[in-house]
Structures are given as C-alpha cells and as structure tokens.
Design a protein around this ligand. Structure first.
Ligand code: ACO
Length: 336
C-alpha cells in the first residue's frame, strides 16, 4: 500500500473585494451584525467581465499548485473537482479544467459534497494513490457563489456569508513512509438534506415548470435555503466528532495537533471547536474574515495560505475538517 502526500498547493480569489458596508447598500444589513454573527469582514465576488467562472478560478489555482509541485501537468493521472456551483448543470467542471490545462485524456470527475467537498475529493484521490492505480491527482475546490445569491433583504441571512474563490492541491505518491495523509474519515446524514439546500435548477425544478406553477415569478427554488441555527448546532457536534475520529484512528491526542484547518463556515463555529479542544490560537488557522465561506474552496484556500505563511513545517500533524450541506462531514489527518 502506498501513501499520499501533498506535493503542491495553490489558491486564487477574484480581485473584487466586497465589504460588509458594500452589502449594506444592497440589503438591510450592517457590519456589526455580520461581524458578530459570522466573523466575516469582507469576501471576494467575481465581477462581470473579469473572465472568472468556477472552472476558470479552479484552473488559476491549479496552475499554481502544479508549478509548486514540480510535477508536469502531463503526468496528472486524475482530476477531482469539488464544487456546488458548477459552470454548467452538466458536464462537470473537471472536464473543463482538463480542456483548459490541455491535459490529454486522463479521467476527470466532479464531487458534489458542498462544504465537505474538498475533504471528499482528497479522500477519493487518496484511495487511487494508495492502491497504486494513479500516482498524481489534481484536486480542486472552487466556487462562484455570488452569481447565485439573493442580494435582497429576503436572502440576507445566507448571502452575507458566502464568497468566491478556488484552491487546489496536487497529491502524489509519498517517497517517505509515514509522511502524507494518515487517514480520511467521511460521513453523511441525508435526512437533513433540505436544511441547507438549493432546489433549482434540477429535474424537479425546470425553469418552465417554475414559471407555470409560480405565475408571480417566485424564484425562491433558485436561491439557497439554510436553517442557520440547526446547521450551526449540527456543525459543532459533527466537527468535534470527526476531529476526534481522526486523532483516535492514529493513536494521537489533541496535543499532537500542530495545525487544525477547519472549513471556514463561520468564525463562531471555529472558535467553538478551538475552545472545546482547548487549542491555542497558533494551532487553528482561520481566514474567513477575508474571504467569507467559500464552501469546497475554503480548506484548500486556507491550507495554501497557512503554507505560504510558514505555519506548517515538515513533520507537523495537520488536521483538515469540514461540515456542510447534505449533511456531509469529514476529516483528513496528515503528517507534513
Ligand atoms: N443582517 C442583519 N440582520 C439579519 C441578517 C443580516 N444579514 N440576517 C438575518 N438577520 C436578522 C433576522 O431577520 C433575525 O431578525 P428577527 O430577530 O427580527 O427575526 C435576526 O437577525 C436573527 O436571525 P437568525 O437567523 O436567528 O440569526 P442567527 O443568530 O442564527 O445567525 C447565521 C444567522 C449567521 C446564519 C447563523 O445561524 C449561523 O452561523 N448558522 C450556521 C450556519 C453556517 O455557518 N452556515 C454556513 C454555511 S454551512 C456550512 O458551511 C457549515
């Protein structure tokens, strides 16, 4: 059995900064409410004409990750793309990336697991590398949320949270035994599927059907719905469980964690986890203040930033953990 390590990381966020004050010009909200409830001060939004899409941002992040990995794009054996905001209903973004990177005919697949998407994608990549089927896998998390949010008063509790951006990692076979991904842990609980969901477009919510059934032009199925407090409660419970699971599976304790990179859902969730596990500030990486919640992109963006800032070094134990729509949740534990 082989082991998987991260060979290169990259991130891309659109240049357009949208502050809480900017949002307060569009809807009835304010900096104090958003900061207090979520910790978010600003986020990035794609701007019309900047050429960005979910796949395009994914490619920008991937190019950096590939360059840093030292692995040729032509040696990539598989592309795994995690997103809840693909450019097209079908096909997925994975094949778009393959085309834009001019990679010949390697397999490409999309993962639809929302905030846990990157962890699921890493786990998929890890299985292929561990068994020896593939050596190099490009994993991307990318989201264009701003194109699909309701920036009126009606959507304010959801639309202030999310931001656009992409992160990527090149995963490869580890040369040193013990270095790389130690284990991944995945869970889901479909009974809560609609507590955080976007119903349309889908085969149940085609545009003509909606127009016919909602002559007033009710577009609610086309905007995300979130039962915020219910999501919050489940998130803190599942985050805790899946971090413990990662540690216990490897005979490790909380004191062994050098860096926890939680999915950037809400700063209050990260702070709750930090307090619960009695982690010091330097053991937890957060950047939601700058980017908002970028769902599948949040962990690779945060991990890239942590690495760029020298917050991870060889031999460190790094825990990645996420919870999100589905509900789905998961963790990955690595020795750097
Ligand atoms: N600005 C100002 N007021 C607002 C806003 C806003 N943007 N949004 C809602 N309000 C108002 C509500 O209308 C309500 O007013 P009322 O009391 O007069 O009825 C009041 O603020 C409180 O609303 P709640 O929805 O109860 O606010 P809550 O304290 O639950 O905070 C939030 C909402 C931030 C979404 C919170 O529930 C939360 O963090 N949930 C966790 C879910 C999460 O993190 N989701 C991220 C995506 S999922 C994931 O990644 C895990």
């Amino acid at each position: 059995m082989y082991q998987t390590k991260i060979a290169g990381l990259g991130k891309y966020v659109p240049e357009n900064v949208v502050t809480n004050d900017d949002l307060s010009k569009l809807m009835d909200t304010n900096d104090e409410w958003i900061t207090e409830r979520t910790g978010i001060k600003e986020r990035r939004h794609i701007k019309e004409g900047d050429g960005n899409t979910t796949a395009v941002m994914g490619v920008k992040a991937a190019k950096i990750a590939i360059e840093r990995s030292g692995i040729s794009k032509d040696d990539i054996d598989l592309i795994v793309f995690a997103t809840l905001s693909p450019d097209y209903y079908f096909p997925g973004c994975g094949v778009q990336v393959q085309e834009m990177l001019e990679i010949d005919t390697c397999p490409a697949l999309d993962v639809r697991n929302q905030c846990s998407g990157f962890i699921y994608a890493v786990s998929v990549a890890d299985q292929f590398i561990k068994t020896g089927m593939y050596k190099n896998v490009l994993v991307i998390g990318s989201e264009n949320h701003s194109g699909g949010l309701d920036f009126t008063d009606r959507g304010r509790s959801v639309s202030v949270i999310f931001g656009d951006g992409a992160g990527a990692a090149v995963l490869t076979r580890s040369d040193h035994n013990g270095q790389g991904i130690l284990s991944t842990h995945l869970h889901s609980e479909g009974k809560h599927a609609l507590e955080l969901s976007l119903k349309g477009p889908s085969t149940n919510h085609w545009v003509p059907q909606i127009i016919e059934e909602n002559p007033q032009g009710d577009d609610i199925p086309y905007y995300p719905y979130m039962n915020g407090q219910f999501v919050f409660k489940n998130a803190i419970q599942r985050f805790s469980e899946v971090i413990n699971e990662a540690l216990q599976s490897n005979g490790l304790g909380v004191a062994d964690i050098n860096l926890l990179v939680p999915h950037q859902a809400n700063l209050r969730i990260s702070q709750f986890i930090q307090q619960k596990f009695k982690l010091k500030d330097e053991q937890v990486f957060n950047n939601i203040q700058k980017y908002g919640n970028t769902t599948a992109a949040s962990i690779p963006i945060a991990l890239t930033e942590a690495w760029e800032e020298g917050k991870v070094k060889e031999g460190d134990i790094v825990v990645l953990a996420a919870f999100g729509s589905g509900f789905t949740w998961g963790s990955a534990i690595l020795k750097w």
